[in-house]
Design a protein around this ligand. Structure first.
Ligand SMILES: NC(=O)c1ccc[n+]([C@@H]2O[C@H](COP(=O)([O-])OP(=O)(O)OC[C@H]3O[C@@H](n4cnc5c(N)ncnc54)[C@H](OP(=O)(O)O)[C@@H]3O)[C@@H](O)[C@H]2O)c1
Length: 290
């Protein structure tokens, strides 16, 4: 008899809910949910349809658990407080996926396992909590991992007609592109506490260009291979966004939650210092938004 794959999902917020939804569609998995706050259901809206799936979320754990996979869906600033989970949920057998945008995603886990057991994963899946308590996820999630055996195995956990798992040769470049895009958009929207409608003016388009160029300098110094017309491509993409589009940083600011400044503009500024590059705009943003 085929044994079921045991998968733990840590952090059942926006992304944890979306990932759990896609995993629970495969009956071969035995899923375990861990988070800070108890919820009785995964509530999400997919293709305009509200879906409620009963779940048993554990908010405490007293005995070590052996899992085949642990999928971590936390924000960077939540890792420190979540440390106790890592020692209880990771054994030498556990393969770990870290889903979050940014750089050096493995670092907080290296005290608990070896780097070759960890798969870093970027996600493109704008998901926000609606007033009715359902996570709205309007697009098909796109997950990006490095081309590897672990990446292949991770992909095989999903029914990929509903979720896109993209394997890339140059994960560092992809991570930097995503970081520059989300740090630029998120920071400017937070500074103005407004949505993408602000980018109609040339002044704000120039602000976007300047911040993005400053960040790209650091990205290239760190070895990312980014095309010369990247900023203009991102600006063209921005012009097609609905006026009401926000960002996860803006949503956190408006919900009075900590924003992911350290993982985004903070990381760019830190690496700028490492490469001896000035990052005055990112530094100013950190001062203003901290
Ligand atoms: N949301 C998006 O649209 C989006 C898009 C692309 C990428 N991302 C990235 O995905 C990552 C996850 O973001 P998210 O939006 O899913 O965050 P989120 O909604 O805040 O979810 C994080 C979850 O982790 C839980 N948590 C926090 N501290 C914990 C602890 N000490 N122990 C156990 N559980 C804990 C939170 O519990 P509570 O319920 O108590 O807060 C919450 O349920 C971030 O890096 C983000 O940048 C998000």
């Amino acid at each position: 008899m085929k044994t079921r794959t045991t998968i733990g999902i840590l952090g059942i917020g926006a992304i944890g809910t979306v990932i759990s939804y896609h995993l629970q569609r495969n009956s071969q998995h035995e899923l375990y949910y861990f988070s800070r706050t108890k919820k009785s259901h995964l509530n999400l809206i997919i293709e305009n349809t509200p879906i409620e799936i009963p779940v048993g979320i554990q908010t405490k754990i007293s005995t070590k658990k052996t899992l085949d996979w642990l999928i971590i869906c936390l924000k960077e600033h939540q890792y420190l407080e979540a440390k106790h989970w890592f020692s209880m949920l990771i054994t030498s057998k556990t393969q770990i996926v870290i889903i979050r945008n940014g750089l050096h995603l493995k670092t907080p886990l290296l005290d608990f396992t070896s780097g070759n057991k960890i798969l870093e994963c970027l996600i493109d899946c704008p998901t926000q909590l609606s007033k009715t308590g359902f996570y709205q996820c309007p697009n098909m999630p796109i997950l990006t991992v490095a081309e590897s055996a672990l990446g292949m195995y991770f992909k095989s956990l999903f029914n990929t007609t509903n979720i896109n798992i993209n394997q890339v040769k140059d994960f560092k470049t992809e991570s930097w592109k995503k970081l520059c895009e989300s740090a630029t958009l998120g920071a400017i929207l937070c500074l103005h506490n407004d949505t993408c409608r602000i980018f109609k003016t040339k002044q704000l388009q120039d602000q976007y260009r300047n911040l993005m160029n400053e960040s790209l300098q650091v990205a290239r110094a760190d070895g990312a291979i980014i095309e010369s017309n990247f900023v203009e491509k991102m600006l063209a993409k921005l012009m097609h966004y609905p006026e009401t589009k926000g960002s996860s940083m803006l949503a956190d600011l408006r919900n009075k939650k900590p924003i992911e400044l350290g993982a985004k503009n903070g990381m760019i500024s830190l690496l700028g210092k490492y490469y001896n590059l000035d990052t005055p705009i990112n530094d100013l943003i950190i001062r203003k938004l901290s």
